[in-house]
Design a binder for this molecule. Structure first.
Ligand SMILES: NC(=O)c1ccc[n+]([C@@H]2O[C@H](COP(=O)([O-])OP(=O)(O)OC[C@H]3O[C@@H](n4cnc5c(N)ncnc54)[C@H](O)[C@@H]3O)[C@@H](O)[C@H]2O)c1
Ligand SMILES: O=P(O)(O)OC[C@@H](O)[C@@H](O)[C@H](O)[C@H](O)CO
Length: 496
């Protein structure tokens, strides 16, 4: 079977429109090429192009040295298929579309010059990123004009400095910078990182002024469940599409993009004019609702669901006991501490449960489990703390989730920097940063009993940014659950 590329798309009329997409100029520099960007922002820019209100393409830069997507993107001339499947307004949606908004991918570690050329290109007006929460972090490193920095913020700083030099600080050459990482105030965070790196590199004060005065760092909140390549049944898709597509990206039809943008950015990217679900304005309430309810519920069910033998969110939702567990966590523990009108939070929670049930896109718990400790800290721990303050009691589902998370991080083997857990599904890779994994490995191995283990885990402030032993009753609840899990496996009915 032939692989998707420009020739195949043109011959097969896969880009069904009179727009000459494949000749549009490059207008966006994108850091990241992962599933989420391809199924969300890049798909949205494709929608703008279809409506001829942006008319530009994206250059995608691989953010880490071990990326595997750029060669695939270039082999497919930047083309890939988005499959949107789910239920929307009671109707089944099941669409496939070849997205043509990416022009090419660049591996900056091999071709840094190409990245700098794109950065200097006056047509490039927008910068987009998604490098996960781990990518939006400060890292001290040296500046070499002819070599790619390691971290994303340093790459962006180097690109901005190059552009600044080429345009001699021309105010009109500033960018709209749109980070999509699920980090609070992501735009402000990224701007501060760029300024900190500029300081480290002793870049001129005029550059820093240009960064602040003539570039717009936009705070955002993104929401769409993008499950990526349908690895359970790629052949079915291939048969149906009639071509091979290694970058096929599946996701749900639902999408929401909240951008705290100015008039200029709304004009440049008029998503609202082409029927996309965007909100221009303060991100905070959307973020609170989405991260606490949707991401919080994912984090709640992920370790217990996986340890009990379930592979996907859908399997969790179709088990009545687990469904009751999710609802208990959501309606009895998360919602009561959220400061929103009852109607708003109940409606959002109900829509999230429907999205979790989406039978078309299996969402793998192991994918969600990536960096689960940091996710628990940002997505569930604040709820736990507020619940205890408000009700002077321990939220049972969240405490059970924490116990199962600790069990999930029990590795049976540590080899070549990889930590492997074992459960009734067999062995699985625990994916988190090395320090976190090493801590759990050592603690599981060195603790003489479960009490010591729970003490060490809960009191580790590096993991939680606080001492969880200070939460009255938490240690006892977690210890009791953990002992049950260790002796008899997950018994979710016991928490209901
Ligand atoms: N998939 C979804 O449903 C969804 C929805 C909303 C938000 N997100 C966000 O997307 C992230 C996951 O992205 P994905 O689903 O595209 O997964 P993915 O694995 O396809 O892509 C992850 C991207 O992040 C990069 N990356 C990973 N660690 C990095 C680091 N330390 N520094 C720089 N870059 C790094 C990778 O190179 C890759 O480009 C999540 O952390 C979340 O913030 C995902
Ligand atoms: O993407 P992550 O790894 O940050 O978190 C896993 C899921 O909770 C997340 O991808 C949601 O599906 C997404 O945030 C929905 O918008």
């Amino acid at each position: 079977m032939d692989r998707l590329n420009r020739e195949l798309a043109v011959a097969g009329q896969l880009l069904s429109s009179n727009v000459d997409y494949l000749s549009l100029p490059e207008k966006v520099l994108q850091f990241g090429e992962g599933n989420f960007l391809r199924g969300f922002v890049d798909w949205m820019i494709h929608e703008l192009n279809k409506n001829q209100v942006f008319n530009g393409r994206i250059v995608a830069v691989q953010p880490t040295p071990h990326g595997k997507v750029v060669p695939k993107l270039n082999a497919q001339d930047g083309l890939y298929t988005v499959a949107l499947r789910g239920i929307q307004n009671g109707e089944v949606v099941d669409t496939r579309e070849v997205v043509s908004s990416i022009s090419r991918g660049i591996n900056p570690y091999a071709d840094w010059g190409k990245v700098l050329d794109a950065a200097a290109d006056p047509n490039i007006e927008v910068v987009v990123s998604n490098t996960t929460e781990s990518g939006l972090k400060y890292m001290q490193e040296n500046f070499y004009a002819d070599q790619s920095p390691v971290s994303f913020p340093a790459k962006l700083t180097a690109c901005m400095f190059h552009r600044f030099q080429v345009c001699n600080g021309n105010p009109s050459m500033g960018w709209f910078i749109i980070p999509c990482e699920l980090v609070e105030d992501n735009g402000d965070v990224l701007r501060d990182l760029v300024l900190a790196i500029a300081e480290d590199w002793k870049l001129p004060g005029r550059f820093k002024e240009w960064v602040v005065d003539h570039n717009f760092f936009c705070n955002t909140l993104v929401d769409r469940i993008v499950t990526g390549f349908p690895r359970n049944n790629p052949e079915t898709f291939q048969e149906e599409l009639g071509y091979e597509d290694e970058l096929l990206t599946a996701g749900e039809p639902y999408h929401l993009f909240v951008l705290d943008g100015n008039d200029g950015i709304q004009e440049k990217l008029p998503f609202h004019k082409v029927g996309l679900h965007v909100h221009w304005g303060d991100v905070t309430p959307f973020r609170e609702l989405k991260v606490k309810i949707l991401n919080g519920a994912h984090t709640l069910i992920c370790p217990a669901g996986f340890l009990s033998g379930k592979e996907t969110v859908q399997e969790v939702m179709s088990d009545p006991n687990f469904e009751a567990f999710v609802k208990k966590g959501m309606y009895e523990e998360i919602l009561p501490v959220l400061q929103f009108a009852d109607g708003t939070k109940n409606e959002f929670a109900a829509s999230v449960l429907d999205r979790f049930r989406n039978p078309f896109n299996p969402h793998h718990l192991l994918d969600i489990s990536l960096n689960s400790i940091a996710k628990f800290k940002t997505r569930l721990l604040p709820t736990l703390v507020q619940y205890v303050e408000k009700f002077a009691d321990i939220p049972a589902a969240i405490a059970y989730s924490l116990a199962s998370l600790i069990y999930f991080y029990k590795s049976v083997r540590a080899e070549d920097g990889q930590f492997t857990g074992n459960c009734i599904q067999g062995e699985y890779l625990i994916r988190d940063n090395k320090e976190v994994q090493q801590f759990f490995y050592d603690t599981w191995n060195d603790s003489e009993n479960m009490i010591v283990l729970v003490d060490k885990v809960l009191s580790n402030e590096t993991l939680w940014d606080m001492d969880l032993l200070a939460i009255p009753g938490l240690k006892e609840a977690v210890l009791s659950h953990l002992e049950h899990i260790a002796n008899g496996g997950i018994d979710i009915a016991a928490v209901l």
